[in-house]
Design a protein around this ligand. Structure first.
Ligand SMILES: [Zn+2]
Length: 242
């Protein structure tokens, strides 16, 4: 049952192959995190693309009931419509990460093809800064983690993020809750593949009409707890010494 992990590896490998002329690889970039080894069973649940008026509150309710901390990579345009959800995320002990202001496809921006130190980061910088400002206005917290839309990462994107003092957070388990995966399959894939240090990708905002995210969480969180896993924010995970 490594099938879904393989799905994840394909775009990462394709990205690395595309960039082979510059010898850049997200796998060896020390500013890019997909997993962080530790010997205390810590893992990080992450939720992208919210906050969503449809799903975020009920996910927060369940995480609170289970006393689980997570990380929400929010989009600025979404966040400005629901600043109260950002405040709730922060107040309930979750971490808020930066997922740009408008969720652009970075592969289509000029920056994507810049290989050396960032020659034209202005669009990306504006995207990160606008999202950061929205988060700050709602919570008075500064974002320090950046997740590029679709996990698209190049040397230039990494350099721009580092220059802005952001760490880039990808993932090593994609639940595919944004696609056609059903709750039982999402849960089983996690249980089949999880190891300490994993960063697991969920979405609290999806375009599909029957989000399976909450149902999957209700299946998988109790089982992961039984196995001894601890749920921490991404910053806590990557600041834990292996
Ligand atoms: Zn996204």
């Amino acid at each position: 049952m490594k099938r879904l992990k393989l799905f994840l590896m394909i775009p990462v490998m394709a990205c690395a192959m595309m960039l082979s002329t510059t010898s850049y690889s997200v796998m060896t970039d020390s500013n890019v995190y997909r997993h962080h080894d530790n010997d205390c069973m810590k893992i990080a649940l992450t939720f992208d693309d919210g906050p969503s008026p449809m799903y975020t509150a009920e996910i927060l309710d369940y995480l609170q009931a289970e006393d689980v901390r997570a990380t929400f990579f929010v989009v600025g345009t979404q966040a400005r419509m629901a600043p109260e959800l950002l405040r709730r995320e922060e107040a309930e002990g979750h971490e808020i990460g930066n997922h740009t202001d408008s969720h652009p496809r970075l592969s289509r921006l000029p920056i994507a093809t810049v290989s050396a130190a960032c020659a034209d980061c202005s669009v990306l910088r504006r995207e990160i800064e606008a999202c950061a400002e929205t988060v700050y206005e709602a919570t008075e917290m500064r974002t320090t983690l950046f997740r590029p839309p679709e996990g698209y990462c190049t040397e230039a994107i990494s350099a721009a993020a580092a220059d802005m003092d952001y760490r880039i957070i990808l993932w090593n388990i994609d639940t595919r809750d944004w696609d056609n995966a059903m709750a039982a399959d999402i849960a089983q894939n996690i249980l089949d593949n999880v190891t300490a240090g994993d960063i697991i990708l969920f979405h609290d905002s999806v375009s599909r009409k029957d989000s399976q995210t909450l149902a999957a969480l209700k299946l998988v969180i109790p089982k992961l707890k039984e196995q001894g896993y601890q749920f921490v924010t991404v910053s806590e995970l990557i600041d834990t010494n292996a």
